[in-house]
Design a binder for this molecule. Sequence first.
Ligand code: GDP
Length: 534
Amino acid sequence: MLDTAPNRPDLPPEIARRRTFAIISHPDAGKTTLTEKFLLFGGAIQMAGQVRAKGEARRTRSDFMQMEKDRGISVSASAMSFDFKEFRFNLVDTPGHSDFSEDTYRTLTAVDAAVMVIDGAKGVESQTQKLFEVCRLRDLPILTFCNKMDRESRDVFDIIDEIQENLAIDVTPASWPIGMGRDFIGCYDMLNDRLELMDRADRNKVADSIEIGGLSDPKLDEHLPAAAVAKLREEVEMARELLPTLDPQAVLEGHMTPIWFGSAINSFGVKELMGGIATYGPQPQPQSAEPRQIAPEEGKVTGFVFKVQANMDPKHRDRVAFLRMASGHFKRGMKLTHVRSKKAMTVSSPVLFLASDRELAEEAWAGDIIGIPNHGQLRIGDTLTEGEALRVTGIPSFAPELLQTARAGDPLKSKHLEKALMQFAEEGAAKVFKPAFGSGFIVGVVGALQFEVLASRIELEYGLPVRFEPSQFTSARWAQGSQAAIDAFTKANQAHIAHDNDGDIVYLTRMQWDIDRVQRDYPDIRLTATKEMM
Ligand code: GDP
């Protein structure tokens, strides 16, 4: 077995030991439970359950969070760091609900790999499929955990077939389950020839693994009922014949996913999965940027903002920008250049997210995620460097699919509403357009649920009742071209023109026909559905 992923043996050890990943899953598959167990085995928390318990306490603070809870969605993403053996894991939480796909997409630009959790009884569900497609766009390596094997699950070959077929990826079993449901005993570790047995007595404990000299080893018969051994031997033989063997390079390229079976709630299979992330997961990867790529081992620090969260602590009105370190060794108090504004910025109180508590980050390396409290200077897509004018690319902003007009419940408060909306726009929670003509704001989102979330956050965090009303427009496109072309275009189309929160020109319409017409009549203008954030 390899000690680390075979991609970059030359990386500095501090960088080589980092694994930065997200979990993708369908709601209810067990992401939260698995996260808790990661933290438990990562030594970040004393006892599993704390994440949830703390989460509950926090949630009761606001109705907004209550809504998260009621709907079973997680709106606020966070990053957690913990150690496993000699490795440092950075787990970036993705919002689970499809209405937050844009946020999720951007989160996935900040990780090097994803762990896909599926429910053994349900297989590949819709949300998993969607998130997988996003990972596929970037060829992210995927490691799979098939959860809830302590319940009646589907046939193992069926599950593997379904993943291979629906997701068009090779699947190789890293472990093989022995029995299922009430008869689930444990797994055979196919990579290390070990027997892992589940301890049903203590959900937070893992029984010692038993070294086995291969499937013919009589030790198997000592530890397992005869029928289970026979079935295991037969199935594993078949699996070895029919399924591809693990190819670490194919895993790193995103063409093959190893699958572990287990039961997160019983802490079973979690350590093996963590071992898999350490061994087969990618080290921090190079980052695409202009005018050149950034390599993680570069001596100088670079990083980019992939998420901004406002009002994490309602008492302080703070804003935290989540920075993925792309290269170098960052130390607290460092002066970095904010490339977009060309201004220097001293990062004096960066935050590292250890488990669910925030802690001051004294240092960070390529691969790490740090939070930088700020007053709005940092936006999604921003690059920080030690002076070089690099701009990280590939963090898109999508054209919203739903547009509504926002109105303050109290007309005297519309200035306040503007401020609130601009904050959410910077956070990336919505697009806010100010029409060139007329009053009010047009708010665009990717999923309908976001309007509700926005309304309740504006009310809670700013004390402003707000109404969302149908807008006369249904589509928004960014207009690009020379200044002269833009001027001529906006002048002739005033009623359709708005500015986004960066001041860029947006063309609003309700008909595809209009968009086609503009493309025909204004060959110098380009209408785009995405705007790369810069
Ligand atoms: P999430 O929505 O993906 O974060 O899922 P949760 O971690 O909240 O789990 C959803 C439900 O499945 C909860 O009731 C968990 O207790 C339960 N669950 C999680 N893992 C397991 C498991 O291994 N076996 C069983 N039987 N239930 C589990």
